[in-house]
Design a protein around this ligand. Sequence first.
Ligand SMILES: *Cc1c(COP(=O)(O)O)cnc(C)c1O
Length: 378
Amino acid sequence: MAFKIPLSFPEYSDSESRYLQQAVKSGQLTTNGAFINKFENKLSKKLRTHQAVVLNSGTSALHLALVLLGVGQGDEVICQSFTFCASANPVVYLGATPIFVDSEEETWNISPEILEDAILSRIAMGKKPKAIICVHLFGMPAKMQEIMEISEKYQIPVIEDAAEAVGSKFNGSYCGTFGKVGIFSFNGNKIITSGGGGALISGDAALIEKSKYLSTQAREDLPYYQHLEIGYNYRMTNMAAAVGLAQLERLEEMVTKRQWVNERYKELMVSLPGITFQENNHSSESNFWLTSILIDEETTGFSNDRLRVLLLKNGIETRFLWKPLHLQPIYRQAPFYGGNISESLFSKGLCLPSSVSLTFEDQEWIVGLIEKEFRKVL
Ligand SMILES: *Cc1c(COP(=O)(O)O)cnc(C)c1O
């Protein structure tokens, strides 16, 4: 079904098609070409302390990150439970086990306290986790200061899944630049897109070199094909990089516009009782990729699902928050630390349409429909 108002729709200018044409004309369509280098350089320059390798998805970036940190058969990796399945699936690709950790209420991301409990518990059981995957959900930075303190205390590297948080900042620095490795996604519905794609970022130049090598089938620099390691076909194509570069040039604009969308929702809904927002704290600056709300049914008289259906009938797409991975059938067997925070957020939450192209009138209409639902209840 085509929505009148989709959840998150990409926005293109003239540059995307211009760069794409240049890429095609250059004859370099695959994993060699000027746009790949330009995209990486532009990204690295923006991040300042970190270098980037562009890949064919955020999921492959996570997979490579785990490979680079030496995760293998039988290992354990701690992962935020409240996230998309792609945060944890690569752990399973490698024959390792994800250990899920609950969220805290302020940012909706991994709880530093429960993270430390989980680490201590696994160590007591004789197995020190090989890595910690934290996520910046819907663009909202996780509590990176506490998380990095724990990472240093126990000497366990952090992988930041910043798939949804390109352009978000924590204490003035970009999300993705705190952990040993960070990853971004440029999938079609993310804040900027290359059609499909991702990036692995790190402050460690050796890891960056190794990523380039592993993502292109681990080919030795010889006149014939010789392989000393198992590699992957994970590099971004020059065509995708052409689109990605054009989008990256407008990242600030995209972030600002999504932040406006979030501000306007908050203003329009300020007087609606029982509806709260995922909000920044003093150290975080979310890109507000998706504006997300919680509905307290006892106050509103209606559930998140009732609102979803009501808006759907009007051609407006919304989405539940991610269903916590410890509640997913595929991860029933995986250990979980925590209580019911992420479960409760999931049961109350809804992501609202948040495209850059959303107009004020669109938002007034959406909020008007929500208000009507209140009147029915009252
Ligand atoms: C989108 C997403 C990914 C995966 O990125 P792809 O580019 O789609 O492979 C990973 N983690 C999170 C949290 C995501 O939202």
